[in-house]
Design a protein around this ligand. Sequence first.
Ligand code: HEC
Length: 406
Amino acid sequence: MKTVFLLNKTGLMEKCRRSMMMSSLGLLIALSSYVSATEYDQAKRIHQRLSGVPATAAVLEDMANFIKTGDGAAATAIAMADDGFYNVTLKNFATPWTNESQTVFADLNDYTATVIGMVRDDVDFRQILSADTVYVAEGISGLSAYSMSNNSHYEQLDAGNYSLQTYLVAKNQSDLTSLPSDATAGVMTSRAASKAFFIDGTNRAMLRFTLINHLCRDLEAVKDITRPADRIRQDVSRSPGGDSRIFLNTCIGCHTGMDPLAQAFAYYDYSYDSEADEMGDAGQLVYTPGAVQEKYHFNNANFAPGFVTKNDQWDNYWRAGQNKLMGWSQALTGSGQGAKSMGTELANSDAFAQCQVKKVFENVCLKKPINEADSIQVNLMKTRFIAANYSMKTAFSDASLYCSGD
Ligand code: HEC
């Protein structure tokens, strides 16, 4: 009896143990169908970095599940479908490129909207410097129409907090402006860029800021005093302060390469009433095919034998010398007429692709590439960006996965 009881008791305990094991097994199985905290945290960070706004638990769960199955791109696509990616992240990404002080605190404008639209539509991003494209909002009642002489359309779009992802549509610049199609050059012929970089001056600013914003180089970085000086305009003194050595050692460094490239803009100006409208808020881009803008002949007595601009023929002197390293396309000739082909020249350089992915890396990772792993990542992003037909979404996705934490 005693034995039986003991046996029974052991049997009971055994049963008990088994059922405990069964239930913990069940718990394990149940747990593994949920994502781990790490994947959830990664999803959270990816969403925050890409959209600028927090996500709902359900969205994070979906993203984390994709991360868990190794499909990071599907996870990032969810975050990039959020309005915040367009209204916050991309807007802040592009706005500093559209003004001279490079501030993010500027109104929405046609340049920014065109960047946002091209990213949304996954347009080959090289088009940004040459396309006959501008993005405008459609389907919102009461919005002022696009205008060459004011920014109201975009200011109202911004003030109304409308979804840029939803309402932006691609239009031809040549349909909405007075520019013929072959005079359009992507964002360089946007109203915002014209107002910022064709205003006053000598049109060299458009080249300088395009280099800064899309090749990640200011002129200091491309200075090369070994290039021929034959295209330097008359306004650049050959002996500043009476010293020709300064010209030969300094001025030449930027102007040999810059002047023959900025000649592409010879027929453009930003026209405004400098007395009634100091900031040029009511001004507009003008294009005078065949007639070189007066600004190309300012101060022509500074050095009368200097180069006289007769047309919009541009040549890239930086294809030789140290700036060969910028990786110019062998499929292009390095010469042409007008802004469109010059923009194509810049956008097909290795420096352009490198710059786009570097900007994306910094925007998403909130740091510059600082160590070797970061540099390897930026190069990988460049390869994938190019292979994906210059897809900015691919670059944003790659950067956010890289910086999603472990
Ligand atoms: C680091 C590059 C760089 C160097 C070096 C340089 N320039 Fe310039 N220069 C520019 C840029 C960029 C502009 C266009 C400025 C703008 O409109 O924003 C410019 C414009 C000019 C202009 C047109 C007037 C103006 O201010 O826009 C003159 C004249 C000129 N430079 C003369 C010189 C002389 C003389 C030297 C040598 C003492 C020199 N530059 C050295 C980059 C350079």
